[in-house]
Ligand binder design. Structure first.
Ligand code: BES
Ligand code: ZN
Ligand code: ZN
Length: 474
């Protein structure tokens, strides 16, 4: 799909079809309105109607998420047709649509995972957005277009990574992808293998990947602007497959566990956009890329692991592996980088998060109410859904172990997303407690259905949210 801005006063372009988004039929001339009504179109959300050379789309409103969903509906309909040159008027009936929102809807809505289809369909749509009558200068609109394309393209990149089969996307492939992103975006990229993990006491992460034929990789990407105003760290769970380990998942529970790399993939998505967006903060993206499998060499329930910070962990369930990988990665991040302003981890950590907040919502946990508020603001602005889950003084005791410092999985499933987060809290240094948030994207990152502008499969959850958060602090 190509998107360009045009000014119809200067250029007379020919188009095959125009997309018209409406929240009601008031602005439509009498005869057209009657025709549309006759066809059963009354501009309600998700309604669509072809009439002459126009595709009419109904929408609850002409802004925000409504607008994104409307344009994503439009492009999905058009992708099933042969219309090639498509026109959108930025200002119609005196109402100016937000260009960034509109473009996000188009790009996110048009994504489809076709990598493994024997027949590839070429996306050859040409979208012209007519900016005549806009109150914003062409230069600023071009900037908006570029920004929106950069971000949406990164979201689609994350979706592609998440959807790729675990046979094709394993830890070393993740490291290769990180290096590619680094060289395209002028980022630093360091990749460490298992020898490094061993040498540096990262035994929790090491244990999780032991039964896999794929070597675990610790990936560290850095974006350094000229005069950084501060430092943001993002640590991602990159489980390229989670079979559950010896505490093996059920047949149905295992399906879709290629999605367990979504946190790491989101880190790649953020890093892929950051330099293009001229952020003034130094941003570090750290990924623990590991595969959790079974075998004679697998780590076991009853094992005691010593993490990088010296804490000992009694393994009660090998399927609670993400927190073990993150524990060491969080230690690595805080040992290697000083004077941190913000530290986030992002992970498909617990099924319980889906039970608590529903399928689409990211769970946000942390000590600082102020920080959670800032993340909530970024969520509203970016269009991602988040919900906060509260700590309390009683829950940490659920992680007590009789024989080690803590257990990796609590005896009761009650509040399991919160106790998982409290497990991670054991690996956050005192000085960073109020700078840290944990994002559980177990539901939001991957769904086996389409919802809004999100396709079947990977959604790219976390990318727009974190980019907006960073943009807000700059
Ligand atoms: N990767 C899973 C969590 C998950 C579940 C992600 C569903 C996406 C969809 C995680 O490693 C896991 O297995 N968690 C266990 C933890 C339990 C053993 C304490 C879970 O949620 O059941
Ligand atoms: Zn697991
Ligand atoms: Zn997992």
């Amino acid at each position: 799909m190509k998107i360009e801005l045009i000014n119809s006063e200067k250029s007379k372009i020919k188009n095959d079809l125009e997309i018209v988004v409406l929240k009601n039929l008031k602005s439509i001339k009498d005869d057209k309105r009657k025709q549309l009504e006759k066809l059963g179109f009354d501009a309600k959300e998700a309604q669509s109607c072809f009439l002459e050379n126009k595709l009419y789309i109904g929408s609850t409103s002409l802004s925000g998420e409504d607008l994104k969903i409307a344009f994503s509906n439009a492009i999905r309909i058009l992708n099933k047709t042969k219309y090639k040159k498509i026109l959108i008027e930025l200002v119609s009936n005196k109402k100016e649509l937000n260009l960034e929102t509109l473009v996000e809807g188009l790009v996110l809505g048009s994504y489809k995972f076709t990598k493994y289809k024997s027949q590839q369909i070429k996306d050859s749509k040409e979208i012209s957005i007519d900016i005549k009558d806009s109150k914003i200068s062409k230069e600023d609109l071009e900037k908006q277009l570029k920004k929106s394309l950069d971000i949406s393209t990164s979201v689609n990149l994350v979706r592609e990574i998440v959807n790729t089969s675990p046979e094709d996307f394993y830890p070393k492939v993740m490291a290769k992808k990180a290096k590619e992103i680094a060289s395209e975006n002028n980022l630093e990229c360091k990749v460490y293998d298992e020898k490094y993990l061993e040498k540096n006491g990262m035994n929790a992460m090491l244990a999780v990947g032991r039964a896999s034929r794929h070597e675990s990789q610790l990936i560290h990407l850095t974006y350094k602007p000229k005069k950084p105003k501060g430092k943001v760290l993002i640590v991602g769970k990159g489980l390229t497959y989670d079979a559950g380990g010896l505490s093996l998942k059920s047949g149905t529970g295992m399906v879709s566990m290629k999605c367990d790399k979504s946190g790491g993939a989101a880190v790649l998505g953020v890093m892929n956009s950051i330099s293009k967006l001229d952020f003034e903060y130094e941003v570090h993206g750290i990924i623990g890329a590991v595969e959790n499998m079974i075998g004679g060499d697998a780590y076991k329930p009853d094992d005691i692991l010593k993490a990088k910070n010296g804490k000992t962990i009694e393994v009660r369930n090998t399927d609670a592996e993400g927190r073990l990988v993150l524990a060491d990665c969080l230690c690595y991040a805080q040992d290697e980088i000083s004077d941190i302003d913000y530290i986030f981890d992002i992970a498909t950590l617990t099924g319980a998060c889906i039970i608590a907040l529903g399928e689409y919502t990211t769970g946000v946990m942390g000590h600082s109410e102020k920080l959670k508020k800032k993340m909530t603001k970024a969520a509203k602005q970016s269009g991602e859904l988040i919900g906060t889950l509260p700590y309390n003084r009683y829950l940490p005791s659920m992680l007590k172990s009789e024989i080690a410092d803590i257990v990796n999985s609590t005896a009761s499933k009650a509040g399991a997303s919160i106790t998982a987060s409290l497990f991670l809290d054991n690996f956050i240094k005192k000085e960073n407690k109020n700078k840290w948030l944990h994002l559980d994207i177990a539901g939001a990152a991957y769904r086996e259905k389409t919802w809004g502008y999100n396709p079947y499969g990977g959604t790219g959850a976390g990318v727009r949210l974190l980019l907006k958060f960073i943009e807000n602090i700059k």
